[in-house]
Design a protein around this ligand. Sequence first.
Ligand SMILES: Cc1ncc(COP(=O)(O)O)c(C=O)c1O
Length: 462
Amino acid sequence: MSLMNNLSTSMISSSSSAFLAPVSFNSRTQSVTVSLKSINIVKCVATPQEQQTAAYKTNVSRNANIAKLQAGYLFPEVARRRVAHLVKYPNAQVISLGIGDTTEPIPDVITSAMAKRSHGLSTLEGYSGYGAEQGEKALRAALASTFYGNLGIEEDDIFVSDGAKCDISRLQVVFGSNVTMAVQDPSYPAYVDSSVIMGQTGQFQKDVEKYANIEYMRCTPENGFFPDLSTVARTDIIFFCSPNNPTGAAATRDQLTRLVQFAKDNGSIIVYDSAYALYISDDKPRSIFEIPGAKEVAIETASFSKYAGFTGVRLGWTVVPKQLLFSDGFPVAKDFNRIVCTCFNGASNISQAGGLACLSPEGLEAMQEVIGFYKENTKIIVETFNSLGFKVYGGQNAPYVWVHFPGRSSWDVFSEILEKTHIVTTPGSGFGPGGEGFIRVSAFGHRENVLEACRRFKQLYN
Ligand SMILES: Cc1ncc(COP(=O)(O)O)c(C=O)c1O
C-alpha cells in the first residue's frame, strides 16, 4: 500500500488551513476526516526550494520587492510542516490549533439568506450582475448603524470588501511605495509582507530579523502589549491591530487616545485592524472611532470571518472617513474608492446577502453564540496552560492564547509540540522578532479537539 493511500485514511483535526483540502464537518462536537490525497500546499513564491529548473526562461525580471520576502508567508509554512509531519506519522491524529481558521458551521439564519439570494439569481427578477464596487447600500447602512451607530461614521464612509486581508493590500496600493510604516511587533504578517511587496522597505536584516525602513513597535508583557510611543519614530502609516493577533491583547481607551494623539502630532495615518472586535468582553473600545478625533487620522478594517465563519465565504469592510485627508487636502476615501473600482469589482452578492443576515437581530444573536463558543474554547486552553505553570497572555478578548516559553526558540517549541503531541500551533517568531519565545494557540476548533489537545499538553508539560 502506498504512503499516500495510508495517509488518505487518517483522521485529522478540523481547523485545517485554507491552503489544505476542503474539510467536511457535521456538528460542533464531531471530528473531521480529511482526505490527504487531495491536500495541496500552496508554494510560496519566495521559498528558496521552490525554484523551478525549467529550461525555458522569459526575459521578465523578477519583482525585486517580492524577492525580499523571507521564506514563505507564515501560515503556508505552518501548513507545510503539518503535512510533512503527516507524511512522517501517517496515522497520527493531528489537531490543528495553528492557522486560526474557523471550524464551526455558519448559523442557519445566515446560510438561508445566502441560499435565497443564490436561488434568486436563477430568476429574472432576482438576477443581478456587477454591483456597486463599494457594496450594497442596505449592507453599508446596516454596518454603519450596527457598528458605528453614534460615532459619526456614515454609510458612504464604508466600503464592503471580500475580507480584511484583501483591504490591507488595497490600502497599501493607495499609499504607494514612498511611505514609511510602523507595525506592532509581534503582529499579523500581512502588514509587513504587503509593505515589503509595495517596496516601502529595505532588505531583510538577518541579525535583527527585521526589514529595514519598518518601525517595529515592540509589544511585550512588560509594556502591557502597548508600545512605548515615546521611543517610536514617526512614520506615515501606523498599522495597529486590537484585539491583537497574535498576542490577544486589546488596547484600552486611554492607550488608543494616546495612539490617536501620537498620529495627530506626527501627521500619520493609523490603519486600525478590528477583525476581532466582537471578541472583546470588557469595556475596551471596539472601534478606533470611539476615540475623539480618530476620524481625522484613522482607517478601520473589519471582517465577518471570525464572527460568522466567513473565512471561506469572504466578506469584510473598511471605513475610510471623509474627514481623513492627505497632506494636499485630497480625501483618502476618494483614492481608496479609485483603487477599489480599479482592482476590485465588489464583494459577491451572495456573501453580501449573508452579511446583511448577520446584522439582523437573529443574525447578531447567532454570531454572538459562535463567538461565545470559541471564547469557551479559549478559557479551556488558558486554564490548561495556567495549570501547567506557564505565563499565558491574551484569551480574554481574543480567540488566541499567547503562551510564554522564556529563553526558547518558538520554532523549536512548535516542533517539540508537533513531534510529541501531534498538535499544530503557531510559532511566535513568525509574527515578528517580538514573538520569539512565545507560541500562539488558536481557540478555533471543535470542542472535543480542544479538550483532547489540552489533555496532550498536560501529558507533555506536567
Ligand atoms: C488581524 C487580522 N486581520 C485580518 C485577517 C484576515 O481577515 P479576512 O478573512 O477578512 O481577510 C485576519 C485573519 O486571520 C487577522 O487575524
